[in-house]
Design a protein around this ligand. Structure first.
Ligand SMILES: C[S@@+](CC[C@H](N)C(=O)[O-])C[C@H]1O[C@@H](n2cnc3c(N)ncnc32)[C@H](O)[C@@H]1O
Length: 283
């Protein structure tokens, strides 16, 4: 298709037709920016690419591809849109309450490092929430010496998000689910709200593609929330197997509220809290 037929809204067309041009655009994005669109659900991709095309008044995938060549700023915006890096500190507070009650007490039970992986960490809010939560838990339970064993790794495919994570300075929007007392203890007044250096201790961020990159290993706790939902079924199943293998026996996996284990993965984990999507690799 080059020009949409009169009377049909171009946006609707973009959501349905033009498989060949879309395929070419997907390959171009991978070639230019290393973002592999093939693993993502087509419907999600189309919707997001269409949003950017509409914003720039482009009517065909081919024309939009040419615009990307002329305008690197638009390329950055497209990648932001494709990766959707929306996140917050203490996102879904009920999940964090469950992590505190059902996971934290087990984490430091054995000796050695306690590794936590935030897979798809975006700008770091999830990784730092774990840090704050476990530090507060350790203080309340007289376990602060154990914190020296804590290593938190956030990984993401989006470099700009990772840079923001390293800066650790956040807008108001990132803190709307954070209890006031926690805000006062762990952030300087803002905006931007700068995270206290103590919460950054033992936390690192690494650029990594969850699908094609090397997996982490020996993890006690993995968060992968609001990430797999965008992947097709086969990739999801492959990732769940990877998470299983990356966990120590007895290690925990926390998924997003709208996500769930599928296929064979259901036999690999036992459920700790169904509502909050907390699972455990059997010991
Ligand atoms: C909606 S955010 C989720 C952030 C956080 N986990 C949360 O639940 O608040 C999704 C993140 O997954 C990342 N992502 C998408 N595809 C990825 C991939 N193949 N490898 C690594 N990260 C990916 C995006 O860049 C984005 O930062």
């Amino acid at each position: 298709m080059s020009v949409p037929p009169a009377g049909i809204p171009p946006f609707q067309l973009l959501l349905e037709g033009d498989d060949e041009e879309l395929e070419l655009l997907k390959r171009k994005i991978e070639r230019d920016r290393g973002f592999n669109c093939q693993f993502y659900k087509d419907k999600c991709l189309r919707r997001r690419i269409a949003v950017r095309m509409r914003a720039r008044g482009e009517r065909t995938f081919a024309d939009y591809g040419s615009l990307l060549d002329r305008d690197p700023g638009e390329y950055d915006l497209l990648l932001d849109t494709l990766t959707i890096n929306v996140t917050k500190f203490f996102r879904n507070m009920e999940t964090w309450n469950a992590v505190e009650q059902q996971v934290a007490p087990h984490l430091f039970a054995g000796p050695g490092p306690v590794r936590v992986w935030s897979a798809g960490s975006a700008s770091g809010e999830e990784a730092y929430t774990v840090s704050i939560l476990l530090r507060e838990w350790a203080q309340r339970n007289g376990r602060t010496a154990d914190l020296a064993r804590l290593r938190i790794t956030g990984t993401d495919i989006d470099r700009r998000s990772l840079e923001a994570a390293e800066r650790g300075a956040y807008p108001e929007l990132s803190l709307t689910e954070t209890p006031e007392a926690v805000r006062r203890r762990w952030f300087s007044p803002g905006p931007p709200f700068q995270l206290d250096a103590a919460a950054k201790q033992g936390v690192r961020f690494v650029h990594r593609d969850l699908i094609s990159g090397p997996p982490e290993a020996e993890q006690s706790l993995i968060f992968c929330r609001n990430v797999v939902i965008y992947f097709d079924r086969e990739i999801q199943e492959r990732l769940f197997k990877r998470f299983h293998d990356a966990l120590v026996p007895g290690g925990f996996l926390v998924m997003g509220k709208v996500e769930t284990l599928i296929g064979e993965a259901r036999t690999l984990f036992r459920s700790v809290n169904n509502r909050e999507r907390i699972f455990q690799r059997p010991a």
